[in-house]
Design a binder for this molecule. Structure first.
Ligand SMILES: Nc1ncnc2c1ncn2[C@@H]1O[C@H](COP(=O)(O)OP(=O)(O)OP(=O)(O)O)[C@@H](O)[C@H]1O
Length: 584
């Protein structure tokens, strides 16, 4: 909570880490830029004064002119160094923000990631973070110099003639009042455009992700309509905001630069009545020209600062998400690889799905969870795999509550293979290596032979170097599952959870896969969820789940006698098998 109160700048400096000093130097050099840009004003004033007083010393004119040139060169040098440093620090900020977001997503419950569309995450973590780069890198040197420069000029102006200095401020004040009119409701308006951008991203991602269904059901036009209406809403949000701002913007841009509007008539009047000398009048004209332009530039950054603030709020929104309740360092070490669930209750949102699950799986045993669709089997598996936190009750591994184990230690213990395992858009080899980053190419080949996928991999266009499309799209469901099992085998974790890991497999490959699974789980604690009951009937223990409760557990033969639900499921399974056989 306290984190939220941090200002945008404090967040940015924190993300800058060790590069914070680059920002400090950028400001110092930005100030150097200001000073060296102001010096020419004094020198021009001196030259004008000398000229009007009839001074004919050419050398003095030349020296002053050279000094003006040197000042401009040094100012430019300071400016470019200041910008380089702030760019460097800004790239560190962007990279640290992204790192923090990615690390955070690995530590939050799966639900937060699943409930937020991938378009939204991509939009925040890629485009929106990127969009602050230019502003952030330029804001420090440019804002400093464009704000401080006019302030110093004004101070000098006041020492020459305070009346004219005050008159020069009048158009600036009127111009800036218009600017503040433009800033009314800046945050809600900008947030509206941000949300419109997110909706557009979501619509685009949804359209692309669902293209198969859209084509199959001929929904192209209606789905496209969703995207175009999001694009229209996006454009409208900008246009209506711009409409509101345009009058204020026009007023500001026309009034603010015209300091001469007041300085010329009043200056002439003061010269006329003898209260201002001609050289001072000319100097005042030059000074008045140097105030408005930089101030307009400086203030244009305040609206960019507002945008950065909104983006930082979005990032903090991700970073503030409650994490899985796990320490960074384990406080206890499990004595073995047994699993124990005690009175586990859990709901995805407000609705409770599991109503007090109790399960005991001995180290090295084979355990199956069966039950009707929607009864909560996968939910139990996901809780054991630490993808979510239980609402109450506990899950212990080797007698240690998993909440006492760091995610890193926990992950060493468990290999989780689900029905739809994600394959990255990389080579087959690298996808398998995800199981163990230290595995050699030989280890990978060996594991594919054991898991029965070596032959089909060798038949792919580039063998192990074949790039599988995003989510493994270039492979069949069964091939993806076999690669996922090879990946899990390579991990060699002592506890294995298989959630419908063979669902896509055809009868021909079923035997190969079962064989490879048997190798994968040798000597390990296995929890398997399978609809094909014949694949789990030899398990040491079968848990029958119905409507979020374990209604029975025991061996296959015991359950056939004692649990009517299991008996019905078994009979249904056998009859389907028979029907399939008859049809063959
Ligand atoms: N991410 C989620 N958000 C909300 N509800 C969910 C989520 N995942 C599952 N559920 C709900 O939780 C209940 C249990 O789902 P679960 O996937 O655990 O059942 P299951 O027994 O594995 O089903 P199946 O055999 O069909 O895979 C279902 O009613 C399901 O709709």
């Amino acid at each position: 909570m306290e984190e939220k109160k941090k200002s945008t700048m404090r967040w940015i400096l924190e993300w800058a880490g060790q590069k914070k000093m680059d920002y400090v130097w950028s400001v110092i050099l930005g100030m150097g830029n200001v000073i060296f840009k102001i010096i020419p004003y004094f020198l021009i004033a001196t030259i004008v004064r000398m000229f009007l007083e009839g001074n004919k010393d050419f050398n003095t004119y030349l020296k002053n002119s050279i000094c003006i040139a040197i000042s401009f060169i040094v100012a430019e040098f300071c400016h470019s160094l200041s910008t380089t440093l702030s760019h460097k620090a800004t790239f560190t900020v962007l990279s640290n923000i992204r790192k923090a977001c990615f690390e955070k997503l690995a530590r939050v419950p799966l639900g937060y990631v699943k409930d937020t569309s991938s378009g939204t995450f991509k939009n925040i973590m890629v485009e929106r973070i990127d969009s602050i780069e230019t502003t952030l890198a330029h804001i420090i040197p440019e804002f400093t110099s464009n704000l401080m420069g006019p302030v110093v000029v004004l101070i000098y102006f006041f020492t020459i003639d305070y009346r004219l200095a005050l008159w020069s401020l009048l158009p600036i004040i009127i111009g800036f009042l218009s600017y503040f009119g433009m800033m009314i409701d800046f945050k809600p308006n900008f947030e509206k455009t941000v949300n419109a951008t997110k909706d557009l991203n979501d619509a685009a991602v949804e359209y692309i992700d669902g293209i198969e269904v859209i084509k199959a059901f001929g929904k192209t036009e209606s789905s496209y309509a969703k995207f175009t209406s999001a694009a229209k809403a996006y454009a409208n949000s900008f246009i209506s905001w711009m409409k509101k701002c345009s009058i204020y913007h026009a007023l500001m841009m026309t009034i603010t630069p015209y300091t001469l509007l007041t300085v010329l008539p009043f200056g002439a009047h003061y010269v006329e009545n003898g209260t201002l000398t001609m050289p001072d009048f000319i100097l005042c004209i030059i000074l008045s020209l140097g105030i408005a332009g930089p101030l307009i530039t400086a203030f244009s950054y305040t609206d960019d600062l507002g945008k950065i603030g909104v983006i930082v709020d979005e990032v903090v929104g991700i970073l503030d998400q409650p994490e899985l309740n796990r320490p960074y360092k384990s406080t206890s070490v499990p004595k073995d690889n047994s699993i124990e669930l005690s009175d586990v209750k859990f709901g995805y949102h407000d609705k409770e799905i599991l109503h007090g699950i109790n399960m005991e799986c001995k180290a090295g045993s084979v355990n199956a969870i069966v039950g009707p669709s929607g009864s909560g089997k996968s939910t139990i598996a996901k809780l054991i795999a630490s993808l979510w936190d239980v609402n109450s009750g506990s899950i212990k591994i080797g007698g240690v509550d998993i909440k006492q184990m760091s995610l890193m230690d926990f992950n060493q213990k468990i290999a989780y293979v689900a029905q739809d395992n994600y394959l990255f858009n990389e080579t087959v080899r690298e996808n398998i290596r995800q199981g163990n980053p230290n595995a050699s190419d030989e280890d990978i080949i060996e594991v594919t032979k054991k898991s029965g996928c070596y032959d089909f991999i060798m038949q792919l266009e580039n063998g192990f170097d074949t790039i599988v499309g995003g989510a493994g799209g270039h492979l069949s469901g069964g091939e993806r599952q076999r690669i996922s099992i090879a990946r899990a085998m390579l991990k060699d974790a002592p506890i294995v959870i298989l959630d419908e890991a063979t669902a896509y497999t055809d009868p021909e490959n079923e035997a190969i896969l079962q064989n490879s699974i048997a190798k994968l789980v040798e000597g390990k604690t296995l929890i398997v969820i399978a609809h094909r009951l014949s694949t789990i009937k030899d398990s040491d223990q079968i848990f029958v789940v119905n409507d979020g409760n374990v209604v029975a557990h025991g061996k296959h033969e015991q359950l056939l006698l004692s649990c009517s639900l299991y008996k019905d499921m078994w009979n249904a399974h056998i009859s389907v098998k028979d029907t399939v056989k008859e049809g063959e």
